[in-house]
Design a protein around this ligand. Structure first.
Ligand code: PRT
Ligand code: ZN
Length: 303
């Protein structure tokens, strides 16, 4: 057994206990090789093979826990992060944090939506309108920037039914696929904020041991992100078409070229493509003479 890391040298990461970001957050850690056994009824869990402790909380609490230094790191949507930062700024509280990585999951947009039949041409049409939202500060900032005076009504959930209940004439809520709006006969008219999950860190300096652990974690996240799009491609190609084939490979440099036994006119080509390889790319490769085209996933990558 390796010597245990003292508690003061372990990083503490706040993640959403149960909700849309939970499984992607844990999945990212797993792909970084960090083992966390998941009886999530426990508030705090220690990774058994990496100096990281996880605190499971509501997503709304994550920015605060990081900004107040209770946790070193947090995974949270930028919608919640920015709303909290605006609130704390209004209250004169500290808002120090650093965004370490965009994690590319939990994508959504915060949009103002109106009943489908209601006409809309610009933000001026929102003057005097009651807008229900769980994001009052982001909504107010949008209105203020456009010089529009409207009434912002705070609702913590089920915002989409506010117009039907007569609580408001408009809503400002998160939209992903758009089906919730459609089911409630609402139409998005303004996107006021685009959000994804991010990894944040408090603004205070970490001790050297924690800083070292953070650097390892970030390098692993970079490796996972690089590998998630990247593909290993193998094919056979006529020597005469090699230059053209190299041009067609998305985001690859210096492919390996190997001879093919018993065939002087053709070679095998292996390359790492840093971008997605689509069917269209494979069809183009085939057209210029490539055969036996294999596209393989890459699990991990370190450049
Ligand atoms: O209990 P806790 O407070 O932790 O969870 P929560 O209920 O506040 O949050 P949760 O799990 O719903 O969302 C967590 C985070 O996921 C949000 O803060 C966003 O960063 C991100 N996210 C991504 C979303 C969505 N997509 C999303 N579609 N959060 C909410 N929605 C809701 C939206 O509010 C609306 O009700 O889904 C509905 C719209 O979805 P579509 O696909 O019908 O458009
Ligand atoms: Zn929440």
């Amino acid at each position: 057994m390796p010597p245990a890391t003292p508690p003061q040298d372990r990083l503490r990461l706040a993640v959403q206990k149960s909700g849309r970001l939970s499984s992607d957050s844990l999945d990212l850690l797993t792909r970084c090789g960090i083992k966390v056994k998941a009886p999530k009824e426990r508030l705090l869990l220690h990774s058994e093979n990496f100096p990281l402790d996880l605190l499971f909380v509501r997503d709304d609490d994550i920015p605060q826990l990081v900004m107040d230094g209770v946790c070193d790191l947090g995974i949270v949507g930028t919608n919640v992060l920015e709303e909290t930062a605006l609130e704390r700024r209004n209250n004169g509280a500290g808002t120090g944090y650093v965004t370490e990585r965009d994690l590319e999951f939990g994508a959504c947009r915060l949009a103002i939506a109106l009943p489908e039949e209601r006409a809309y041409s610009s933000a001026a049409d929102l003057a005097g309108v009651r807008i229900a939202t769980s994001y009052p500060r982001l909504t107010q900032r949008f209105l203020t920037e456009r010089g529009v005076t409207a009434e912002v009504v705070m609702l913590s959930g089920s915002v989409e039914i506010a117009p039907r209940l007569g609580l408001a004439e408009a809503i400002c809520d998160l939209v992903a696929s758009g089906s919730t709006l459609e089911a409630n006969k609402l139409r998005a008219v303004e996107t006021i904020f685009r959000s994804t999950a991010v990894l944040i860190r408090g603004a205070r300096d970490l001790n050297p041991a924690k800083q070292h652990v953070l650097e390892i974690l970030l390098r692993r996240i970079d490796g996972v992100q690089l590998a998630s799009e990247a593909k290993y491609i193998m094919l056979h190609a006529p020597k005469a078409a090699l230059e053209e084939i190299k041009r067609l490979l998305p985001g690859s440099e210096n492919p390996t070229i190997l001879p093919l036994a018993g065939d002087d006119s053709r070679v095998a080509l292996h390359a790492v493509c840093q971008e997605a390889v689509f069917w269209e790319t494979m069809e183009s490769l085939k057209r210029v003479g490539a055969t036996s085209i294999l596209v393989l996933p890459i699990e991990k990558m370190m450049l």
